[in-house]
Write a protein that binds this ligand. Structure first.
Ligand SMILES: *Cc1c(COP(=O)(O)O)cnc(C)c1O
Length: 380
């Protein structure tokens, strides 16, 4: 703050609207702070595609100024690799537009919906699953109030919907009264049992979590929140304060993390992150295999790497610190869990298992043989 925003007061720095206004978006702004590599400079100068560049000054302060290989920096400053399309990649790999019941409302699972409330984020992750619709692309991705009305009418007309997940874009970039209005409209629907918000704001713009915001949010309970984290370096005093306010407001907190090559794909990195989250009353919820979004090959790890990390967590640390590792299936199959295989085989009716230390254990499975016969289609 002192070095690159000398005109700012501490009050301004801690004001989320100031942080949004002063977002770092252009090549000159980036170059004022970072020593860009030739590759980064060219990627920003010849910027292509819908996904804008945007970094809050606060979040930029966590990144290395000189080292272009710094993990957090790589997640937000484009490189040339972003413009390479690899096999199997797509702009909407999860088929969300296909599953949109009305624009901005994805109804994939029978009992719950994904409500895309806005296209705005406070920062833009280069591996964004919704890069096609965030920023300001317009058309079906412009999120006018009439679109909210349509989505709310759809939920009202579908009594099987008991869970509404607000995402976007980032719902916490909306003004308090706007979000209050939307949560209130959803709360008023009798069959909607609970609401949740998916957000990265508590990590990249922690000053947004004001007392006024938490006072408003707690009116809409039961309200849960899934917060996007990437790396233990994000767990600053500001983030500690923001999560404390949310937890004190009675909002159960979960984390979502995208597994990113060379950024957080080590057991120790994620274990440190997850321990830090438990201390801040955040339960690790999902670890995502990176979606095959166009231009994401440099971020994606082999699935075996993710399984190795899961093997390194389960049993080695608190069970609460172990998230579910998932692939959001391309084509709209939803989230599919991936587990290291702890079942070694069978010995008669007994199930043979291996534990976290590699020891071999036997469980007398009550009707294991019957199940096995049924599965292979033979008569018992
Ligand atoms: C992730 C997701 C949900 C919520 O999934 P949970 O496993 O219940 O957290 C709902 N709808 C869509 C389209 C999603 O991608």
């Amino acid at each position: 703050m002192r070095r690159f925003f000398p005109d700012a007061t501490a009050a301004e720095w801690n004001d989320w609207r100031w942080q949004l206004r002063r977002r770092i978006k252009s090549l000159p702004e980036l170059e004022r702070i970072f020593t860009l590599s030739p590759d980064e400079r060219a990627a920003v100068a010849n910027h292509k595609g819908a996904l804008p560049v945007g970094i809050t000054p606060y979040y930029a302060s966590l990144m290395s100024r000189d080292d272009a290989t710094d993990g957090l920096r790589r997640t937000h400053i484009p490189t040339g690799e972003e413009y390479l399309k690899s096999k199997g990649e797509a702009d909407d790999p999860l088929g969300e537009d296909h599953d949109a019941a009305v624009p901005g409302l994805v109804h994939r699972y029978p009992d719950r919906v994904l409500f895309l409330a806005t296209g705005t984020c406070s920062t833009y992750c280069r591996y964004c699953t919704r890069s096609r619709m965030v920023g300001d692309p317009g058309g079906d991705y412009s999120f006018p109030k009439s679109q909210w009305d349509q989505a709310i009418a759809y939920i009202e007309a579908h009594p099987e919907i008991r869970d509404v997940l607000l995402s976007g874009g980032d719902p916490l970039t909306l003004a308090d009264d706007t979000l209050d209005y939307l949560l209130g409209r959803l709360r008023a629907i009798k069959h909607v049992e609970f609401l949740r918000i998916g957000t990265k704001v508590p990590t990249v713009l922690p000053m947004r979590i004001t007392r006024q915001l938490t006072r408003m949010l707690r009116k809409h309970h039961p309200l849960w929140m899934s917060i996007h984290y990437t790396h233990p370096r994000e767990l600053t005093p500001e983030v500690t304060e923001a999560t404390a306010r949310l937890a004190d407001a009675g909002i159960p907190l979960g984390s979502q993390t995208v597994l990113l090559k060379g950024i957080n794909d080590e057991v120790d990195t994620l274990k440190t992150l997850y321990h830090g989250l438990l201390m801040r009353r955040v339960k690790p919820y999902y670890l995502y295999q990176c979606d095959p979004i166009t231009g994401s090959a440099h971020f994606r790890t082999p699935v075996e790497k993710g399984l190795e990390i899961m093997r390194g967590l389960r049993g080695h640390t608190t069970g609460y610190a172990v998230p579910t590792y998932v692939i959001d299936a391309p084509g709209g199959g939803g989230k599919i869990p991936l587990l290291p295989d702890y079942v070694v085989g069978r010995d008669g009716a007994d199930l043979l298992l291996t534990n976290f230390e590699g020891g071999l254990y036997r469980y007398p499975d009550p009707d294991g043989t019957v199940g096995a016969d049924r599965k292979s289609g033979r008569a018992a």
